[in-house]
Structure formats: structure tokens, C-alpha cells
Design a protein around this ligand. Structure first.
Ligand SMILES: NC(=O)C1=CN([C@@H]2O[C@H](COP(=O)(O)OP(=O)(O)OC[C@H]3O[C@@H](n4cnc5c(N)ncnc54)[C@H](OP(=O)(O)O)[C@@H]3O)[C@@H](O)[C@H]2O)C=CC1
Ligand SMILES: N[C@@H](CC=O)C(=O)O
Ligand code: NA
Length: 431
């Protein structure tokens, strides 16, 4: 056992950074007992020196000059919790090149440049850990890389964005408007600096790319993830979902089978009896199916100061243990499978369609005929008068499993036909 003290350079002192400082102080003694070293925060890089902060720190600890942190030979580990691509990427590269280990919560960066940074870390003999980047406080990356090393993961289904889950829960349960719910999520520190990445699904897509890469042992990029956000969801959609026994969730799916891998993020109607339907507010959950173990589910807070800080701290403890044992920078290869992505013709799901149709003889028969031609069979059909116009009806269809290609073809036919007045919505159904 070498060191008596490990010095940390913290980049970012916002929601997560503040949580990290609080926990390092609160758990100082436990951390010492686990690792045999004192963990000391040596410097904190911020942007705005005039900002009021919820936590005061010792004079001289804060700096706006990155070189005082990156060039300080006393700093052993850099924790990056500032977010974004640049200058975060350059700071992490510089830290690794200087022989400093890195812990980051940055999924934007890890989803885009994870491979490059991990390779650099290996070349520099350094550790690079990023547990906080996916599902906040749930220790899901360690679970997948270590816990599932004895199994073959076939599917992961997750609610991996806390902000959108919080918004959808507030809209469905309390009829709070989208704007109000988003503002509250921002106030609570859940949302990204630019919350469009939460709302448009990109944050979840980045997390699913990281999960799929680790779970399927191959490099899945954000561009490989088909992604749709919650922006287009209407209160009407939510009410229909509720009446029919579904809950709307932004769901990420990563699946592999004999045709290859599919990864997607999209608003999904989850059956009320499905465990994911009970995941509310800022909570996240990831269902992992292993060939041998079967179904497992991991649940916990997906964002917020202290939950996210626990993930950062747990990585920090891993690095400190590696330093003490003299095994930093030594990792077995994780990426060894060929990447084969599935086409739409082999991506199967159930779908919910809401249509405004001409209320006349033969309409349903024609729709059923188009569906049959694509080998789509219907699980549920509901019809009710359309409030806006008595000559029209609102038709809701839930299909059995159909390929994405087939459903898209039928949607094209529906949109072009004279007797379908409007295709109001089409959602994937889970459960
Ligand atoms: N919030 C959450 O619940 C979660 C966040 N994450 C990730 O953690 C990271 C941090 O998120 P969060 O704490 O919410 O973000 P915040 O916006 O709350 O904090 C960002 C911090 O970084 C500092 N910073 C930003 N740009 C610069 C710069 N150019 N130079 C120096 N300092 C800079 C800011 O300084 P200043 O204070 O002076 O403005 C601030 O202290 C992100 O990657 C995010 O995706 C991951 C999981 C959950
Ligand atoms: N904005 C993210 C923060 C955690 O990753 C979320 O809402 O999940
Ligand atoms: Na996590």
C-alpha cells in the first residue's frame, strides 16, 4: 500500500460537483477505512467566480484557470463534472497525458469519444471511469461489465432520463403543463444545461449507446440509435393512454438477436401492469435480460445532486483502490464483437395508432386489408365519435408484433388515403 493521501482536482462545481464535495467530506472516515488513504480536494475549476454557491469552500480552492489544476503534479485524480464536449474533452486528454486518472459523469463525451478516451487512458496507464454517465445513482455500468460478465445480455429496456420521466409523471398524474414541469426539473438540477437534449431524447440515446456498447461488447455510436423525444406528445395522447391502461414513458431499448443489434429511444406506451410503468418522477430503471439469468431490473434515482455524486464517488473509490493495489490502467478488453445493426424489416414491436377517419362503411375493412397485406394483425380496436365532426370517428388500433418497415408502409398508405383525415399518433407499445 503506497499512498497516504490522494488529491483530487474537480472540474465543475454545479449540481454534481457540489454533491461530490459534500459526500467526500461526509464520508471521509468510511472512505479512509475502505481505501487506507485520505481523499483531499485540492482544487476546483469553475467558470464564473462571482456566482453565489450553495456550499462554501475554503479560500483559494476555486480557480478559473484550468492549468493550475491540470499542471499540478500533486493532483492524482481529475473528476470532470462540467459537461459538454469542449473544453471537457481537452481537459480530460490533458489530465490523462499528465498521468492523472479521470472520473467523469459526461455522457455526451463518453457516447461520442468514449473509445478514443479509453484508448488514451490505457496508453497513459490511467483509469477512466464513467458510472454517473448512465442512470445517475444506479450502479448500472459496473453491473453490466462485472455482474453480467458471466452471462450473455440479449436485451436492455430502460427509462434512462430523469428529466423526461419527471415531466411525463407530472403531466399524467397532476395535469401540470409541459413547460411548468420542465422548469421544476431544471430547478431541481435534473435537466442538462441545454434541456433540449433531455426533451428530444438525445441524452437518453447517448446513455443507450453507452449501455449497448458495454452490454453487447461492440462500439455503438449515438448515430446508431434511432431517437425520438417527448416533444410531440399531447395531453390527448396521455389521456388516451390512461383510459386504455397504458402509461407513457420515454423508453430506451437495446436488443440483439440472430439478425443483429437494434437500439432506440422513443415515447412508448407501457402497459400499466409492466414494472416500468411504476417508475415515476426522477427515477430510472433498467431491465436487463441475460440468456442464463433471465430477467433482472435495476431501479433508482436517475439524476440529482447526491444520487449522481454517489456514482462519481464510487468510481473514485475504484480508482483509489487500483492506485493502492498498483493496477491502474490495467483492464481487460471490453469490445470484441462485430457490430451488425438490424434493418427496419427485422425490428419488431407492437404499435398503437390513433386515427381520425371518415365514419362510413368499409373504412375499417380497408385499413385491415392494408395491415393484412403487411402481415400485421390487430390486438385491439376501439372506435368513438370524433368530437370535432360527427361525420368522422376516432379510431384506435393496437397491433400484435409487426416490423417497423411494415408499420411505416401502412402509415404512408393511411396518410395518403382520402378517408383517413389524420394520423394523430403512432407509438411503440411495451408489455
Ligand atoms: N445533474 C444531474 O443530475 C446529472 C448530471 N450528469 C452530468 O454531470 C455533468 C455536470 O452536470 P451538472 O452538475 O448538472 O451541471 P451544472 O451546470 O450544474 O454545473 C456545471 C459546472 O461546470 C462549470 N463549468 C461549465 N463550463 C465550464 C468551463 N468552460 N470552465 C470551467 N468550468 C465550467 C460550471 O461553472 P460555474 O459554476 O462557474 O458556472 C459549473 O460549476 C454533466 O456532464 C451532466 O450531463 C450526469 C448525471 C446526472
Ligand atoms: N439530464 C439527465 C441527468 C442525468 O443524466 C437526466 O435528466 O437524466
Ligand atoms: Na449510474
Amino acid at each position: 500500500m503506497g499512498k497516504k493521501e490522494v488529491n483530487i482536482g474537480l472540474i465543475g462545481f454545479g449540481t454534481v460537483g457540489t454533491g461530490v464535495v459534500r459526500l467526500v467530506h461526509a464520508y471521509q472516515e468510511d472512505l479512509y477505512k475502505q481505501t487506507g488513504v485520505s481523499i483531499h480536494i485540492e482544487r476546483i475549476l469553475i467558470k464564473d467566480p462571482l456566482k453565489e454557491r450553495p456550499l462554501s469552500v475554503q479560500h483559494g480552492l476555486l480557480t478559473t484557470d484550468p492549468s493550475t489544476l491540470l499542471n499540478d503534479p500533486n493532483i492524482d485524480i481529475v473528476i470532470e463534472v462540467m459537461g459538454g464536449i469542449e473544453p471537457a474533452k481537452t481537459y480530460i486528454q490533458k489530465a490523462l497525458e499528465k498521468g492523472k486518472h479521470v472520473v467523469t459523469a459526461n455522457k455526451d463525451l463518453m457516447a461520442l469519444y468514449g473509445d478514443e478516451l479509453l484508448q488514451l487512458a490505457a496508453r497513459c496507464g490511467c483509469d477512466l471511469y464513467y458510472e454517473a454517465s448512465v442512470a445517475g445513482g444506479i450502479p448500472i455500468l459496473k453491473t453490466i461489465t462485472d455482474g453480467f460478465s458471466s452471462d450473455r445480455i440479449t436485451k436492455m429496456i430502460g427509462i434512462v432520463n430523469g428529466t423526461t420521466n419527471y415531466i411525463l409523471t407530472k403531466m399524467m398524474r397532476e395535469a401540470v403543463s409541459f413547460e411548468e414541469a420542465l422548469k421544476e426539473a431544471q430547478r431541481l438540477g435534473y435537466a442538462e444545461q441545454d434541456p433540449t437534449s433531455d426533451v428530444d431524447g438525445l441524452d437518453a440515446a447517448r446513455k443507450m449507446a453507452i449501455l449497448a456498447s458495454l452490454g453487447f461488447h461492440t462500439g455503438i455510436n449515438v448515430d446508431d440509435v434511432s431517437c425520438k423525444g417527448i416533444g410531440g406528445i399531447t395531453v390527448e395522447d396521455l389521456n388516451f393512454a390512461k383510459q386504455l391502461g397504458y402509461t407513457m414513458k420515454l423508453v430506451g431499448i437495446a436488443k440483439r438477436d440472430e439478425w443483429g443489434i437494434e437500439v432506440s429511444v422513443e415515447p412508448t406506451l407501457v402497459k400499466d401492469t409492466h414494472p416500468l410503468a411504476a417508475v415515476n418522477d426522477v427515477f430510472n430503471a433498467v431491465y436487463v435480460y441475460g440468456e442464463a439469468v433471465g430477467e433482472t431490473m435495476f431501479y433508482g434515482p436517475g439524476a440529482g445532486e447526491l444520487p449522481t455524486a454517489t456514482a462519481v464517488l464510487s468510481d473514485l473509490v475504484s480508482v483509489v483502490k487500483n492506485i493502492q493495489l498498483g493496477v491502474t490502467g490495467k483492464h481487460m478488453p471490453l469490445s470484441y464483437s462485430e457490430k451488425v445493426l438490424k434493418g427496419k424489416e427485422t425490428i419488431y414491436a407492437k404499435f398503437f395508432l390513433r386515427l381520425i377517419v371518415q365514419d362510413e362503411c368499409g373504412v375499417l375493412a380497408k385499413i385491415a386489408e392494408w395491415m393484412a397485406e403487411e402481415e400485421i394483425s390487430l390486438e385491439k380496436v376501439f372506435q368513438k365519435p370524433y368530437i370535432g365532426d360527427q361525420s368522422q370517428a376516432e379510431l384506435i388500433l393496437v397491433t400484435h408484433f409487426a416490423s417497423k418497415k411494415s408499420i411505416e408502409h401502412v402509415l404512408d398508405l393511411l396518410k395518403q388515403s382520402d378517408f383517413i383525415k389524420e394520423v394523430k399518433s403512432c407509438y411503440r407499445v411495451e408489455g
